[in-house]
Design a protein around this ligand. Structure first.
Ligand code: CUK
Ligand code: CUA
Length: 773
């Protein structure tokens, strides 16, 4: 058996190498360096090597945590692993992204179109804060939300396929910042204004700032079943024009409340060009700003009771309605505040002052006691009650200059705060109010992120510093530097810096990290799936059912993609028609994505297994437009091609039909046929090898076997067609179909090899031979 296998493998390898499929037969040889040699050569200390050992992930290894980082102005989400810091994906959200076909196929264009503002396409997003959906305050890994600061919008990403499904535009805000954060069961996603503006869309002079400009918090209702935000069940709460900043939802004892800080309760309106001091002076004059505390459950009741006013077709609860219901109050917070982070147990809210050196730990219990006793220190100009700062404070802790954001450890009472001005992370105890450790960062840290560090049960272990400046950390690449995410080990008493990761995609503000085992994304769609609506695609097709339908001026191509051909291969239309390429990827194999692009157009699809995607081509000029698959999907990938021919209006066929380059005779057919018979022997031996092992115990191999079976069925079909032409002694077509039969055989052999390699590497054992079919 073994000897036969060896011979067969050699034959297979030769056949496959000829096709450009790599077959690795030997083990790679290691340079004979010792660890000491390498350390000496590269100037590494023992500490460096220890750090490397904590992050290095050998080939095939997986990460313990998955990070979703804001991609800043790129309008995308960056996905990477911890501790390896390897980037896994950019999820296209607010910005067209060609590789994923986002903004190039009709399905994703429809998603982007939901994000239009004032009737205009917006082709970027200033993303700030991603949030993973939660169940009972724990990350559940089902959905991801992210906000856009410049054009107030929230996007919904389904983590089943890591695709953006929905964009909602805030109907009353002109700028936002305090989103996206979710309630403990993801009933609502919050979005808070940044720069105040009039709710209506028209002109309102700045002289009416105090009366007509407003802040707000919007509570977007999320329907988990549908996986979509429901704008019709969402509402907002009007707030003063104080430049609201960041938000967080309460949990446990503080569930039902939300907390939004602000940084310009001075209501300064700037005017540097006319000699007035700039915003930076006017907005940091007072010693304190305000934390807005909103009872969103009460607000939801008021909204459902019809107490909201419709503004731009969106329900808004006025400050007065909220104050009368005891559902809105203010708490003074440190100078130029930033961050608003509820502790895992929901008992405290931590706010920092950018121009203070303290973090303020507010006690929710104390707030509620004061509210109940109506013990207010005063009211603001809009009639909102203000609590006394001292009476609500649990602790005030000196953590360093320019504290911003706080994240929580798995160890009780331990928090980490980013210190912007000092470029440090401070580890401290918010129960006792004492500093535990400090670590220098490179440089000017903004947000920081611990593993599940804003959930009800943080996982500890690692912290990532999201630094604003990189300066000298990396090889220079011109004036625009990459961002720097620094990985820190927080498992011990002392923090230890492990790794610098340059990120060349926008300014990531915030990131969230989830235990990798909570994510269960699929590897394929049901065949004929519209991934953006999560429904069967109206224009899907099945193998053998491909067709071209003309409806008035529209030509609908129900096409398919499978290794290694596109159906149809020749499409003739007339000048002035619209061509819709509805392309279905018929593959069931994992990672067999096909692309589809047409010359002289923006038709550029990424069609993952099972997906149907539509490219629209306006045939407004006569000409020849080759199309092809843009993913190197198989050995015969280059042959995944076709022609769109656009005939001029009123074109009349002249002359003879064009001839092909080569014609085949009986000898050609016989040669091809012999190759096929030899190849079949190789395939049979591969199949024999696999079925003699316990392959059913390995799900990836089972999937490969299914895929190979598909290919062999296609091979059988091509063989049958060949036989039809043999019977007619049409040697030309018989040769071509024999060639096609062989193509399928080669794919089956390739898949078989992958399965065999997997079995060999994963300790498959020989089993009693089952009856061969
Ligand atoms: S923000 Cu950028 S460092 Cu938009 Cu959350 Cu604080
Ligand atoms: Cu499909 Cu290349």
């Amino acid at each position: 058996m073994g000897r036969i296998m060896n011979i067969s493998w050699k034959k297979t390898a030769t056949a496959l190498v000829a096709l450009g499929i790599g077959v690795s037969l030997g083990a790679s040889s290691w340079a004979a360096d010792t660890l000491q040699d390498v350390m000496k050569k590269r100037g590494l200390t023992e500490k460096d090597v220890l750090a490397a050992a904590k992050t290095y992930t050998p080939t095939g290894g997986r990460d313990e945590f998955i990070v979703f980082s804001s991609g800043g102005q790129s309008g995308q989400v960056i996905v990477y692993g911890v501790p390896s810091m390897r980037i896994l994906k950019y999820i296209a959200v607010f910005t067209p992204e060609p590789w994923q076909g986002y903004g190039f196929d009709e399905e994703s264009k429809a998603v982007l179109a939901q994000g239009r503002i004032r009737g205009k396409d917006i082709n970027f997003g200033d993303t700030h804060h991603p949030a993973v959906s939660e169940t009972n305050g724990e990350y559940d890994g089902q959905f991801l939300f992210i906000n856009d600061k410049n054009n107030p919008r929230i996007a919904v990403i389904d983590l089943h396929d890591f695709e953006t499904k929905q964009i909602v535009v805030n109907p009353i805000m002109k700028s936002e910042h305090g989103g996206a954060f979710v309630t403990p069961n993801t009933d609502y996603v919050i979005e808070a204004t940044q720069y105040a503006g009039p709710f209506e869309m028209g002109y309102v002079p700045l002289s009416q700032f105090n009366d007509k400009y407003r802040g707000a918090v919007t509570y977007w209702k999320f329907n988990r079943e549908k996986g979509r935000i429901e704008p019709e069940n969402s509402f907002s709460v009007e707030l003063p024009p104080y430049s609201q900043d960041l938000s967080d939802f309460g949990k446990g004892p503080s569930d039902g409340w939300s907390f939004t800080n602000s940084f310009c309760s001075e209501r300064y309106i700037g005017g540097i060009e006319s000699g007035r001091p700039p915003f930076e002076a006017g907005c940091s004059q007072k010693d304190t700003d305000f934390l807005h505390v909103v009872n969103w459950k009460k607000a939801e009741e008021l909204f459902k009771a019809g107490k909201a006013q419709m503004i731009n077709d969106h329900p808004v609860l006025s400050m007065k309605t909220m104050v009368d219901a005891g559902a809105l109050f203010l708490v003074p917070e440190p100078k130029s505040p930033h961050g608003s982070d509820v502790s895992p147990d929901g008992k405290y809210v931590i706010v920092s002052g950018k121009l203070d050196s303290h973090t303020y730990v507010y006690s929710f219990e104390k707030m509620m006691a004061l509210l109940k006793a109506k013990d207010f220190a005063g009211t603001d100009p809009y009639g909102i009650p203000i609590l006394d700062l001292k009476k609500t404070l649990h602790k005030q802790v000196q953590v360093g200059l320019g504290p911003l954001h706080t994240q929580y450890d798995s160890k009780p009472c331990v928090a980490y705060t980013s210190i912007y001005v000092d470029s440090q992370v401070t580890k401290w105890d918010y129960c006792e109010g004492k500093v535990l450790d400090k670590l220098s960062i490179h440089y000017n840290i903004g947000h920081l992120m611990a593993m599940e560090g804003d959930s009800a049960s943080p996982k500890g272990k690692y912290l990532v510093a999201l630094n604003k400046l990189a300066i000298d950390r990396f090889n220079p690449v011109g004036p625009l530097h990459p961002q720097n995410h620094q990985l820190i080990d927080i498992s011990g008493d002392k923090m230890q810096l492990l790794y610098d990761m340059p990120l060349p995609l926008g300014e990531p503000h915030y990131a969230v990290a989830i235990s990798a085992d909570k994510l269960k994304p699929g590897v394929r769609y049901k065949v004929g799936w519209n991934s953006r609506t999560d429904q069967k695609h109206e224009f899907r097709t099945r193998p053998g059912r491909e067709k071209i339908e003309v409806k008035g001026n529209d030509v609908h191509v129900y096409g398919s993609l499978i290794r290694s051909h596109i159906t149809p291969e020749i499409i003739e239309v007339e000048e002035g028609q619209n061509v819709y390429f509805h392309m279905t990827n018929l593959e069931r194999a994992e990672d067999e994505t096909h692309g589809f692009a047409v010359y002289g157009s923006n038709v550029n699809l990424s069609v993952e297994p099972g997906k149907t995607a539509t490219g629209k081509f306006v045939a407004d000029q006569p000409g020849v437009f080759p199309y092809y698959c843009t993913e190197f999907c198989s050995a015969l990938h280059l042959e995944m091609q076709g022609y769109l021919l656009v005939k001029p209006k009123g074109y009349k066929e002249t002359g003879a039909k064009g001839a092909e380059g080569t014609t085949y005779a009986k000898a050609d057919y016989e040669k091809q046929h012999k190759t096929n018979v030899d190849t079949q022997a190789v395939i049979d031996s591969v199949v024999g090898y696999i079925t003699s092992r316990n392959f059913k115990d390995f799900p990836p191999v089972v999937a490969l076997v299914e895929d190979a079976t598909d290919q062999l069925n296609f091979a059988a079909d091509a063989k049958k067609r060949m036989e039809g032409f043999v019977a007619k002694e049409d040697w030309h077509n018989a040769t071509l179909w024999a060639g096609q039969w062989w193509q399928y055989q080669v794919k089956a052999a390739d898949i078989g090899l992958r399965a065999k390699t997997y079995l060999d590497q994963n300790g498959a054992v020989e089993v009693k031979q089952e009856t061969k079919k």
